[in-house]
Ligand binder design. Structure first.
Ligand code: ZN
Length: 459
């Protein structure tokens, strides 16, 4: 097996947070295209545990709350160390399980008919409605009036934009859930529990308790003493693959096992679709998108068998989302130019990325001199055409080699010109270095394109 790639902390742009090691962390790790080695220099005062890897060219850090810890405060403790250790992290996903709030009365609209194993994303269908509501942080007055003490900010725009193609894919029946879920096909505990075990009881009907050991001995489902006449009649699901829904997510520190209270809270807060226990702790500091697989209905009935599958479907959704966002890489020229650019994984577009860097550099140094851009561009173009000529002569069109040659020439160009010029015209060469670093970042020290990099199909 090839040695795992290793990057620096500055190269990680996406943070994937989760709460449950057995289900959510396992599902998250199984979604990586490939794992990475840990970066060499880790901050000694960072107590989080991390896993590193990539999905669709995005470098990702996965971190999870400690076992047996729940709640918004514990989730919040993940964030500050994460932000300190990974200064360029701009996209955050909070991915895990939650309790679904089924529509009452039931709906025929499949986009709104919430079942176990479905995915809910914290982003409402109408403008002005919060993504996440911290329902236990406010004042509840009589006559049902509620005054919340904090409004949780909306998720990062890049993440929200990625929802549009997924919504359209859903309408066209082209969701890729099954491809992503297939990554867990070797893990017995993560398989679909069967549509027949997805039972929703009326909100007013409480679970009839049975000793768990007796259930196992009798080989009975958890609700076998519950009266089936109270099962809600809903449109039958024909596929085991999850639907996804959008709406407000309720977040708070209470374990919700009461369907009446669940429905009351939903009515009070924008007909919320899901209730969970962590997101309120992190959304303000991260602008994360909250993705929840439905593991139960937040009522008194038992759904033990759904937890892993629900975690898997949430992770599959997050993986699909990352396929709708062009990879971004961090850029730094070592002299204060920092920024994020979209890294399109083809050689042709690398040049466009390069021009973006030149423009960014221009803005950064507040010297909008047209000729400076022109000079930088012509220096870059000279490198590219020189590299093209060399490669054509060699008869080798291996994209990895092309990248190496571009990188090499740009570095040489920078070194020569730095020694010959003085401030402020060295700006253009700083930009060249940034571009060279970008190229190196994308392909690592080995010069090999990452797995799945479309450049591999080049030629
Ligand atoms: Zn029951």
């Amino acid at each position: 097996m090839d040695e795992l790639p290793q990057y620096s902390n500055q190269d990680y742009i996406v943070g994937w947070l989760c709460a449950l090691p057995r289900s959510e962390l396992t599902a998250a790790r199984m979604m990586l295209d490939r794992p990475h080695k840990e970066p060499v220099n880790q901050n000694a005062d960072d107590e989080n545990s991390y896993f590193f890897g990539d999905i669709n060219g995005h470098n990702i850090v996965i971190t999870c709350m400690p076992p047996e810890e729940t709640g918004t405060l514990s989730a919040q403790k993940l964030v500050q160390p994460l932000k300190r250790s990974f200064p360029n992290m701009v996209l955050h996903l909070f991915v895990g399980i939650g309790g679904g709030i089924p529509r009452n009365p039931p709906t025929k609209d499949s986009n709104d008919d919430i079942h176990l194993g479905d995915v809910v994303v914290g982003w409402a269908e109408q403008a002005g409605i919060p993504a996440v509501v911290q329902y236990d942080h406010g004042r509840y007055h009589n006559e049902g009036r509620v005054e919340l003490l904090s409004m949780l900010d909306k998720p990062n725009r890049r993440l929200l934009n990625a929802l549009a193609p997924i919504i359209s894919d859903r309408e066209m029946g082209q969701m890729n859930f099954h491809d992503h879920l297939h990554r867990l096909s070797d893990l017995q505990n993560f398989q679909h529990p069967g549509l027949e075990s997805d039972t929703l009881f009326e909100a007013g009907y409480d679970h009839v308790a049975v000793d768990k050991d007796a259930l196992v001995e009798a080989d009975k489902p958890h609700c076998y003493r519950c009266n089936p006449t109270y099962i809600v009649k809903r449109p039958l699901r024909e596929t085991i693959y999850p639907q996804f829904h959008r709406g407000t997510i309720l977040s708070g520190d209470l374990v919700m096992r009461d369907a009446r209270k669940r429905d009351q809270l939903s009515k009070l807060h924008h007909n919320a679709v899901c209730i969970e226990m962590e997101a309120a702790g992190v959304i303000e500091d991260t602008h994360c998108l909250v993705v929840r697989g439905i593991a139960d209905y937040a009522d008194s009935h038992k759904y033990w068998s759904w937890q892993n599958y629900a975690a898997a479907s949430a992770a599959a959704f997050a993986r699909e989302l990352l396929h709708k966002i062009r990879p971004v890489v961090a850029v730094s020229d070592g002299s204060g130019l920092n920024g994020l650019v979209t890294a399109e994984p083809t050689l042709k577009f690398d040049r466009t990325v390069f021009y973006n860097i030149l423009n960014q550099g221009e803005q950064h140094y507040r010297k909008p001199r047209r000729e400076s851009i022109t000079e930088s561009l012509s220096a870059a173009l000279a490198c590219f055409s020189q590299a093209d000529a060399m490669l054509q002569e060699s008869g080798n069109d291996d994209p990895a080699l092309q990248i190496k040659v571009y990188f090499r020439l740009m570095t040489v160009e920078c070194t020569i010109n730095f020694s010959q010029t003085s401030s402020p015209s060295h700006v253009k060469y700083a930009n060249l270095i940034a571009g060279a670093q970008l190229v190196q970042l994308q392909f690592g020290a080995s010069g090999h394109p990452p797995v799945g990099w479309p450049g591999e199909q080049h030629g």
